[in-house]
Structures are given as C-alpha cells and as structure tokens.
Design a protein. Structure first.
Length: 398
C-alpha cells in the first residue's frame, strides 16, 4: 500500500470537527483510506451504494444514536441526500452531550453533490459542523519511482498506476472513462448525452493547457456557448478537469482574461488519445502540455489550503505557467514548466518576473538535479519542489 499524504490531515480534522468529508473522484482511494483510519478506533462502515446498508438507515436517528461512541463512515453519501438533515440534528445533539468531534467520516465522489446538499441543510454553516479534505490521485511525493515517467504515463489513480502492464493500465482507464460517461455524469449532472460529453472531453484533450474558447468548442458540438460552459463546469465539479484562472492585478498591462483548461489526471488524458506506452506519449504533440498539466496538478495538490493558483500572461507575451500565492512569509512563487532535461527560460518568463517580482522563481523540468538557472531562478525537479511546498503544512499536522 502506498501511504497517502492526507492521512494526517484527515485525522487532524476529525480531532477538531464532528464530521469530515473526503472528496475525490471515483476509484481514487477514499474507501481504502477510510478503512485505514477506522483501524485505529471503534468504527462502523456503511456503503450507501449497497441496498442493505441503505436499509439500515431507514430510521437514521435511531440507528446512528446506537453508535454514538464510534466513527461512522458513510461511503457515497450522496446516495442518501436526505441524510444530511438528520446528521445536522445528530451533530448538534451530540455536541450538547459532549460528543463534539470525530463522529462521522463521509466519502463523496464529487464536490458538487456534497457541497450542494450540505449547503441546503445548513450542515456547513457558521457552526462549523463539517470539514472537507480533498483526495487526489497519487502524486509525486507519494510514489517512489524515479524518474516519474510511470506516474506521468499512467496517471495517479491507484488501479491504473499499480497495474501489472501498460496495457492493463490503459484498459482500466478506458473502462473508468466509460463508467463516468454512462453512469456518474447522469447521476450528478443534467442529462447530457454520453457521446456529446465524450466529444467535449476529446476537444479539451486536444487543447490541453490552452486558453478556454467556449465559443469555438460550442460550435464544434453544435450547442450554445453557455451550454458548453455548463458542461465544462460539470467536469470541473466531478474533479476531472481543472480551470486554471488568469492572474489579475492592476499592473497597467493588458492581461489575458480567459482561463486555461487541463484534464487533471495525465493517465486519463493519454487514455482518451489511445497512448499506451512512453514511446507513444513522447512521439505525440500532447507530450509537452501533458507534462505541464502533471506539474501543475502536483504542485497545486501539494499546496496548503487557501493557496491561490493562477497563470500570468500579457498581450505582449510575458508569461508564467503557474503562480502560487501562499500569503504570509512564503509570499508568491513563480513557476516555469519545461519537459526538457536541459531547460531554457523564455524571454517572456523574465519579463513576467520583472512585472510581478515574486518572492521565488523556479523552472520545473524532467530532471532531478537542483541548480541555479539565472539570478533569482532555480531549476528543480517536480518531486523536490512538491515536497518543498508541502513540507510546511504537512509537518504542522504531524
């Protein structure tokens, strides 16, 4: 088993809140992590996709009140949306009785449903009844292989990354994509034809890391601009696509205003293109944008809660691939991303650094050696930078 970095974050959240929700796409390892947490304390696991477990909650207050001294794990909580209102009352009653923390661990396959349902029942109001923790696929700080090519090629979903062969990995990802299109999207969102969403997904794949042009995508799909924007929003809420916003500031520059889009998991990106081996990937035009997406996803995932992530681009060509605004003493870090083993910094990056004057600047490349690239700029490998970003807030939680 590959240890997950968020384990101490979840334990810390359970120590201060009555309810914690682990949010992540299907098959990302939420259930495995929950069982690992449960092994250290009295607990009860309910799989709400299982009809027999749902039946146990026909009278939820009676059933859950009988397990007040246990951590109750509710897997696929969105399957029983009416449960949120009951949980609100149970949590409030438990607080009055002295049971203030570590009552419920909820697992959900998409942020959209949990956030919507919990908001409707005020479970997330100022009383602070629930805390959310995001679980992403394996990242560069969790896998030990060096170089990171297996993680890049196969992506971070555990069954894909750990598959016996590249062929088995690719087939798992193809099945995963089909399941999402035919089952999960209709469950969480409006009735979108699977073939329409698959075409949109393919368009986003071929435009990995480019500025979002909703009008052009809408024209290709034969739908309206607002409709395609809502479809992309659904993929974002299902944690499959990332919209990276542009940096905005009053700098007297003409700044790009459209976001960039990325398929979040590189393995899914490659599966949609039918890229099975590393040679297939390296010979494809998507290799550069795919590496960029891998770096961005890993560094954002390594960042502490509250970090603002964006990119910087001006009409004159100044550009920074990723800006991380940590605030406080760490300030803002500027990151240029290069797939090469001998990276070169572009003129636009230097101009952008002069514009923004970030606290630190890096070039993330495919190698592992760390060295000065230019005054104030370090070349660094992905894993080392991800660890440097994550070290502070992970250490703070033990």
């Amino acid at each position: 088993m590959i240890p997950r970095n968020i384990l101490p974050l979840v334990n810390a959240a359970l120590a201060r809140q009555a309810a914690v929700a682990i949010i992540g796409p299907r098959q990302v390892g939420k259930t495995t992590l929950a069982h690992q947490i449960a092994a250290d304390r009295p607990s009860l696991y309910l799989d709400l996709e299982d009809a027999s477990d749902r039946e146990k909650l026909a009278e939820p207050r009676l059933y859950l009140d009988a397990h007040v001294d246990k951590l109750v794990i509710l897997d696929e909580i969105h399957r029983v949306p009416a449960l949120f209102e009951t949980l609100r009352g149970i949590i409030d009653a438990g607080r009055r009785a002295g049971h203030r923390t570590g009552r419920f661990l909820m697992l959900g396959s998409a942020s959209i449903e949990l956030l919507r349902q919990s908001s409707e029942t005020s479970i997330t109001d100022g009383a602070g009844r629930i805390e959310y923790v995001d679980l992403s696929p394996f990242n560069a700080t969790e896998v030990t292989e060096e170089p990171l090519t297996p993680l890049w090629l196969r992506g971070g979903f555990p069954d894909s990354f750990l598959a016996a062969t590249d062929t088995d990995s690719l087939q798992w990802r193809r099945n995963f994509i089909r399941t999402y299109l035919e089952r999960d999207v209709p469950m969480f969102g409006p009735r979108i034809p699977a073939e329409t969403l698959e075409r949109l997904w393919m368009m986003l794949v071929h435009n990995q890391g480019t500025l979002l042009n909703a009008a052009r995508l809408a024209s290709g799909l034969g739908v309206s601009g607002p409709t395609v924007t809502s479809y992309i929003g659904l993929l974002v809420d299902l944690l499959l696509v990332r919209r990276l916003p542009p940096f905005h500031a009053n700098l007297g520059k003409r700044l790009v205003k459209s976001p960039k889009t990325y398929v979040r998991d590189s393995g899914l990106l490659h599966a949609l293109l039918g890229l099975e081996t590393l040679d297939d990937l390296l010979g494809h035009p998507v290799a550069g944008p795919s590496w960029e997406g891998l770096v961005i996803e890993n560094l954002i995932n390594a960042s502490p809660s509250g970090t603002r992530a964006s990119f910087y681009r001006t009409a004159a060509g100044a550009e920074i691939d990723l800006l991380l605004e940590f605030g406080g003493r760490r300030g803002t870090w500027a990151i240029e991303i290069k797939k090469s083993l001998a990276p070169k910094t572009d003129k636009g990056f230097h101009i952008a650094l002069d514009d923004l004057k970030p606290d630190r600047a890096f070039v993330v490349y495919a190698g592992t050696e760390r060295y000065p690239k230019a005054p104030g700029i370090e070349a660094i490998g992905l894993r080392e930078l991800a660890w440097e970003i994550a070290a502070g807030h992970l250490a703070a939680t033990g």
